[in-house]
Design a protein around this ligand. Structure first.
Ligand code: AMP
Length: 409
């Protein structure tokens, strides 16, 4: 199938041509006709499948047909600032030959950016891409006229629910016109996503493009290693191999900071990215990494989904992600497109059981490599061992007043 067969306006086809997109990806082939037909849709699809263009293209096409208006017609809600910026960049590219305007609205900016966002919302940018909290702040001020909203899109729905945004999403949806189109994208389909879909979507089309298997271009291996050996092991890996563009993941921001410090001390220049950095710092670090000014980046799971940086040839999991699916997201940062890459995971004694869950999810055992010469022996791969629970009695946290799920770091 070619994009020219999908019935797009000339301005949209011109942009596709300029961006070098020739054939629609599977999700685009399925989703574009349904979205153009103004249907509600739930799509289970991960980053890398072309899901952004799957909703941006038909919406831009609709804007071309209707003409740009002085009211916001499209609201795209996303979990993180990075994703908001990235989607806005795709919208900018794909809308280049149209009159459509867009803005990314996310927290962490200064008063000036708040004013610019207010202006865009009141004078009517066609497409608004926003994080839930910041958007709620604008909505609560009362100046945003929602009556022109025709398309409401939730991207990475499962992640937004994990981050505790369910209430914000419902509040936002309740303020929008009832006859709008709703599109829900999610990497996974847990019960809470089914529930959200049932309350939000009307007679939706369901599309499932989930890849719960890692890309074949990734060579995966793991080391059984004690925590005290991990920094030294990174040093050895970097010394022995020709990996020049490396992303290291850890689940916790304190660990990210510790790794950065330890690596710098060991003479390996590295930077960290995590939620304690302000917006400008995060963007700066990401840009330096994209431009290869930094070749060793240590990140929390903020980066494991959604971010499309080409050329990363090694991903190291310094620890095991809490959620087995996050493993696939993390290692998917290497071997983008047709490239190949290596993903190495450090497993300590406490993590063996969780790593075995990852192996079942991906449907294969990951090769366990011996530690390099000069290392004392690491732990055994004992998947029956579970770290003893140190907490007190079981508490019903969900009944606690003002309780919110912990935000992912
Ligand atoms: P996404 O899954 O939306 O994050 O898209 C992943 C990457 O694929 C982005 O860099 C897009 O620019 C690119 N992309 C999306 N659709 C196409 C297409 N039909 N042909 C080539 N590249 C595409």
């Amino acid at each position: 199938m070619k994009f020219s067969e999908l019935g797009f306006e000339d301005q949209v086809l011109e942009a596709l041509d300029a961006m070098g997109f020739e054939t629609p990806t599977p999700i685009q082939q399925e989703a574009i006709p349904a979205v153009m037909d103004n249907k509600d849709m739930i799509a289970v699809a991960q980053t890398g499948t072309g899901k952004t263009a799957a909703f941006v293209l038909p919406i831009l096409n609709a804007i071309c047909k209707r003409g740009s208006s002085d009211k916001v017609s499209t609201i795209i809600i996303v979990p993180t600032r990075e994703l908001a910026i990235q989607i806005d960049q795709q919208v900018e590219g794909l809308s280049y030959f149209t009159n459509a305007t867009s803005i990314a609205i996310y927290g962490g900016g200064d008063g000036k950016s708040f004013d610019a966002e207010k202006k865009a919302l009141t004078t009517g940018a066609d497409i608004v891409i926003c994080t839930p909290g910041r958007f709620m702040s604008h909505l609560n001020m009362g100046y945003f006229d929602t009556s022109g909203v025709k398309h409401f899109i939730l991207d990475e729905g499962d992640r937004m629910l994990d981050m505790g945004f369910n209430e914000d999403i419902t509040k936002i949806a309740n303020k929008l016109p009832k006859d709008r189109q709703n599109l829900l994208f999610s990497a996974t389909m847990p019960p809470k996503i089914r529930q959200l879909s049932a309350t939000l979507l009307k007679d939706p089309i369901t599309i499932n493009i989930a890849i719960s298997k890692p890309n074949k271009g990734i060579t995966q291996a793991a080391y059984l290693v004690h925590n005290s050996q991990k920094i030294k092991l990174i040093g050895e890996i970097l010394k022995e191999n020709d990996h020049d563009f490396v992303l290291v993941f850890s689940s916790r921001k304190v660990t990210v900071k510790e790794i950065v410090q330890a690596l710098n001390k060991a003479g390996l220049p590295a930077k960290g990215i995590h939620s304690d950095l302000n917006q400008q710092e995060r963007e700066g670090v990401l840009l330096d990494f994209k431009n290869r000014k930094i070749k060793l980046l240590i990140a929390t799971d903020v980066l494991s989904r959604g971010i499309d940086i080409k050329g990363i040839n090694l991903v190291i999991n310094y620890d095991i992600p809490g959620d087995a699916e996050d493993y696939i997201h993390r290692i998917g940062r290497t071997a983008r497109g047709d490239n190949t890459g290596v993903a190495l995971t450090f497993i300590n004694a406490d993590d063996c059981h969780n790593f075995s869950k990852i192996e079942s999810l991906i449907g294969s055992e990951v090769n366990k490599l011996p530690l390099p010469e000069g290392f004392t022996e690491g732990p055994k791969y004992d998947t029956t061992y579970k770290k003893p629970f140190k907490g007190g009695g079981k508490k019903n946290f969900s009944k606690k007043k003002n309780w919110k799920p912990r935000k992912k770091q």
